[in-house]
Design a protein around this ligand. Structure first.
Ligand SMILES: [Zn+2]
Length: 219
C-alpha cells in the first residue's frame, strides 16, 4: 500500500512538471531547456499577496497559477526572425495559433531569468486572438526610452501601449508583484523584477493608464 501511494505521488509530480509545449525542429536543445526552466521557475513563485491589477489580469490562475495561465495560451514555440526585423526579440505572428517565436536577440543577448519570463508572458498575452492580440500603439516621435533588451531606440515604433491590460502592462504588473510580494525569491530576482517592471511601465503612453499602474505598484 505504501509503495502504491509513493508511486501515485511520483506519477502526479511527473504529470505536474511535464511540458506539453511543442517546439519547432530548429529550436536548439539548450533553448528548450532554458524555456522549461524559466516556466518551472515562474511556477514555483509563492507570493504573500497580489495587487488589484494582478488579480484582474491573472483571474482564476490562483496562487502558483502562472503556469496554468501560460499553458492556456501557448502550445507552440518557434525560433526565427519575426518577419525580418533584426530589432525584434520575440513575437506572435498568427492571430489564433497559440505560438510564440523568439529571435536570436532573445537567445544571444543575456538577460536575467525574470526578464526572460517577462518576455514569455508578454508574448503569451499577444496570443489572445479574441482581444485582437492586444496590438501595440506607435511610440511618439519624441519617445525617449530605448529597448531595455536590445538598446535600440523606440521612437515612432509600434512598441508602446495605450492600455494597462496589454502585453507591457501585464508584464510590468507581473514583475512588480514578484518584486514586492514574492516570499521565496532571492534578493537578486526581486531586484531584477523591480528594474524590468519599472522599465516596462514606461511603455504605457496614455497618462491615465500609466497612472493606474503606478497606483497599483503602490497599493
Ligand atoms: Zn509585444
Amino acid at each position: 500500500m505504501r509503495v502504491f501511494i509513493g508511486l501515485l505521488l511520483i506519477l502526479s509530480v511527473l504529470r505536474a512538471s511535464a511540458f506539453s509545449m511543442e517546439y519547432d525542429s530548429n529550436v536548439p536543445d539548450f533553448l528548450k531547456k532554458q524555456v522549461e526552466e524559466d516556466i518551472r521557475f515562474v511556477d514555483s513563485i509563492r507570493k504573500s499577496r497580489d495587487s488589484g491589477l494582478h488579480s484582474r489580469m491573472f483571474a482564476n490562475s490562483g496562487q502558483g497559477g502562472y503556469r496554468k495561465w501560460f499553458d492556456a495560451r501557448v502550445s507552440f514555440f518557434g525560433y526565427g526572425d519575426c518577419g525580418g526585423s533584426n530589432r525584434a526579440v520575440a513575437c506572435v505572428l498568427g492571430r489564433n495559433d497559440r505560438k510564440i517565436w523568439v529571435t536570436k536577440n532573445y537567445v544571444e543577448i543575456e538577460h536575467p531569468q525574470v526578464a526572460r519570463v517577462m518576455t514569455l508572458f508578454h508574448e503569451a498575452r499577444h496570443t489572445e486572438g479574441d482581444r485582437r492580440n492586444w496590438p501595440h500603439s506607435r511610440c511618439s516621435i519624441l519617445y525617449k526610452q530605448d529597448s531595455i533588451w536590445t538598446g535600440n531606440p523606440l521612437r515612432w515604433r509600434f512598441a508602446c501601449d495605450r492600455t494597462e491590460y496589454g502585453s507591457y502592462g501585464l508584464a510590468s504588473v507581473l514583475l512588480n508583484n514578484v518584486a514586492r510580494f514574492c516570499m521565496n525569491c532571492s534578493e537578486k530576482v526581486r531586484l531584477d523584477a523591480d528594474i524590468y517592471s519599472n522599465d516596462q511601465i514606461l511603455r504605457i503612453t496614455r497618462r491615465s493608464a500609466f497612472l493606474r499602474i503606478r497606483r497599483d505598484f503602490m497599493e
